[in-house]
Design a protein around this ligand. Sequence first.
Ligand SMILES: NC(=O)c1ccc[n+]([C@@H]2O[C@H](COP(=O)([O-])OP(=O)(O)OC[C@H]3O[C@@H](n4cnc5c(N)ncnc54)[C@H](O)[C@@H]3O)[C@@H](O)[C@H]2O)c1
Length: 259
Amino acid sequence: MGLACARRMAPTVATIVLVDRDESNLEAVASELEHHAQVVPMTADVSDPEAMAALAAHVATGSFRAVAHAAGVSPTMASWRDIVRVDLVGTACIIDALSPLVAAGTAAVCFSSMSAQLLGLGGVDPVVEGALDDPLRPTFLDDLRQVAGPAIEDSGMAYAWAKRGVQRLVQRVAVEWGRRGGRICSISPGMIDTPQGRQEAAAQPVMAMMLERTPLGREGTADEIAAVVSFLLSDEASFVTGTDLLVDGGVCAAMEDMS
Ligand SMILES: NC(=O)c1ccc[n+]([C@@H]2O[C@H](COP(=O)([O-])OP(=O)(O)OC[C@H]3O[C@@H](n4cnc5c(N)ncnc54)[C@H](O)[C@@H]3O)[C@@H](O)[C@H]2O)c1
């Protein structure tokens, strides 16, 4: 989905900085996009504060117009700690590093997930929610484990909580960025046909049931998500900030109807 976002963004900007921890992904994308804009590939882990400081230093050489932050890992890809570290702490790292550069017209979209929505169906423990709100604290992962208990060691739960944390982060940051004319939202994709989506669908039988219940009767595409991100980053969305947009083909509505 990050690639689909970059494809839509490249023709609208002078310079696009691509970040991925996988260098081979970057090379292929950079050569595809370089006839649209100056492309700066950066191999980096989004949860590494030093790497994100280097990213911000580079962005500061120009002006910070927009970020689509789609890097992430899903339940079958990592341990619970790595899921929370990449998906929530990583989001906090990149937003923290870029925040000083926000000016009027800057916009950001962070990737949450419909998992955060589905977590809400069972009722969300407000104490665990509160524990999500300081992801850059050095003891954050241990503190979260303490508050959430062993349930968070289930990688699916960790993913849902991490994505819930992304939604809450966006709400907090929107208040600060808004004073400078900047906007930040999150997007919650449903089942999307990407390498990550395919890996989850193959490993989790529940996904087939959810697909069957999706009102639009299919998975979404990366480009459908990028179209919504592109809207949120554009001036067309100039009064939209601090909120999450669920883009799931209606599956959460169908699941809520069942519960
Ligand atoms: N595919 C889905 O069905 C789905 C559904 C809901 C939410 N999401 C979320 O949307 C986002 C994009 O998902 P996708 O399906 O395009 O995933 P993907 O696995 O296809 O691509 C993710 C990219 O992020 C990179 N990445 C992973 N960890 C990183 C790190 N620590 N630092 C830098 N780069 C890193 C990977 O190398 C990869 O290129 C993710 O946050 C994911 O959790 C996906």
